[in-house]
Ligand binder design. Structure first.
Ligand SMILES: Cc1ncc(COP(=O)(O)O)c(C=O)c1O
Length: 438
């Protein structure tokens, strides 16, 4: 019988070397670690007796932390009743659609569809935008990440993926600057150059179907734009008949201190994309929420919308329970309150010459590692050293962004002040050992 725990680490390493894909995200950390179990904030690995503090949380898929009892219960209930049906409805799917249609911004009638994984939600949104507007091009932004499918990569910033090797892509994309104020020449006297560029591009090109944007950029390391930027883009989409696609696969579901990150900007998207933590990280379900008139432009038969595991009874059941948990528990308000406390804790690290631009909204917290604050020159090598030292000290952190110098911290929504104190203390130890060595 094949049993994962029968093998030594040396044997597992051998299997990795011989049989595992060597170009996926398992190469992110510089130690070969084999995950064994997890609980709350922590992951245990087969080759280490001490737990690791997980500040990546399944890349934002685990807004409830590892193995939250309520989410586990929902998952157990889900698999006990109905595993999978294809091409039939189930109660949880229909009820979840009602809940999401009612909760998402905007009072117009909406419909919801549940692909597998975030990337497929992005693909679906682009199909909808083209079918509805009868136009073809997409607009996306610097630093953006929207997934690894062809459509997802097409709208992802070139600096994130070595895209050339996979060309060609299925369409034309116009890339606009995101409002990354810290790195803007205009920062001191902001005249919204980013919006001026957007205005020119969106009004001149008459073939733009959709604009896809993360209201807070996740993969880039939680870049938070000013409200005027998102509001201005919404207006420009309205003026030019372009669909506004809100990709909050990473920062939605309470992470930003609101159920939906876009609520911070008081903007109604035409299409909203959710994923990752939608089912608490237990099922790779995503959601595409759009006005009924947008969905209804696609002919019902031969629509090209579907896949074996879409509308999953398990995924929709757990996602519905997640909605109930978020309503009954105080997690989202907690994310907002504790987020502010976390930012204050991280600000303390700005006393180091290499740490700058600490930002946070809800639990989207991050800072940049720079060579000097005067030049703001990114320091990806130091950021990598911090990540390695963190791992040595049993803390898992993510270093990302197009300059590979942004460190973001992902914690569960139920985090308490004492947890933040513990995290800040640990980060203090890590930064002290990297940044003060001569
Ligand atoms: C904003 C955003 N969109 C889309 C995706 C792709 O989602 P998935 O990895 O589930 O395919 C991600 C993943 O990180 C994301 O952050």
């Amino acid at each position: 019988m094949i049993s994962a725990t029968r093998y030594s680490i040396a044997e597992l390493h051998e299997m990795y070397d011989q049989f595992a894909c060597q170009c996926d995200e398992t190469v992110m950390y510089d130690r070969f670690l084999v995950a064994e179990r997890a609980e709350g904030f922590h992951v245990w690995f087969q080759n280490d007796s001490e737990p690791y503090l997980d500040l990546v949380m399944g890349f934002s898929a685990l807004n409830f932390g590892h193995r939250h009892p309520m989410v586990m219960k929902a998952m157990e209930e889900a698999v006990r009743t109905l595993d999978h049906v294809h091409s039939f409805n189930c109660e949880s799917k229909l009820l979840l659609s009602k809940v999401l249609a009612e909760k998402t911004p905007g009072t117009a009638q909406k419909r919801v569809y549940y692909p597998v994984g975030g990337t497929m939600a992005v693909e679906t949104a682009m199909k909808l935008a083209r079918a509805y507007t009868k136009k073809t091009k997409m607009v996306s932004f610097s630093n953006a990440f929207h997934g690894y499918s062809y459509g997802g990569m097409m709208v992802t910033d070139d600096a994130i993926i070595d895209k050339g090797q996979y060309a060609p892509y299925p369409g034309e994309v116009l890339r606009l600057p995101y409002a990354e104020c810290y790195r803007c020449d205009d920062e001191a006297r902001c005249s919204f150059q980013c919006l001026q560029i957007a205005e020119r591009v969106l009004s001149e090109d008459k073939d733009i179907a959709g604009l896809i944007i993360e209201p807070i950029q996740g993969h880039a390391g939680f870049i938070i734009p000013p409200k005027e930027f998102i509001v201005g883009l919404r207006r420009l989409c309205d003026d030019n008949g372009i669909l506004f696609i809100d990709d909050e696969i990473q920062v939605g579901m309470g992470r930003a201190g609101r159920m939906f990150a876009i609520e911070h900007f008081n903007v109604e998207p035409d299409i909203m994309l959710l994923g990752k933590s939608l089912a608490g990280g237990y099922y790779p379900i995503s959601a595409v929420v759009a006005r009924a008139e947008i969905w209804d432009c696609i002919a019902a038969s031969g629509s090209g919308i579907g896949s074996t595991f879409v509308n999953s009874p398990i995924g929709t059941y757990v996602a519905l329970e997640v909605q109930r948990i978020l309503e009954e528990e105080d997690f989202i308000r907690n994310a907002e309150r504790i987020g502010a406390y976390f930012t204050r804790g991280l600000k303390y690290f700005e006393r180091y010459g290499n740490i700058d631009n600490v930002t946070g909204l809800g639990l989207t917290q991050s800072f940049e590692v720079v060579k000097s604050k005067a030049t703001k020159e990114p320091a990806p090598e130091i950021a990598k050293e911090i990540q390695s030292e963190a791992l040595r000290q049993h803390v898992i952190i993510y270093v990302g962004g197009v300059r590979r110098n942004r460190i973001k911290f992902i914690v569960p929504l139920w985090v308490k002040k004492e947890d933040i104190d513990m995290i800040v203390e640990k980060l203090g130890d890590i930064l002290e050992s990297v940044l003060t060595k001569s």
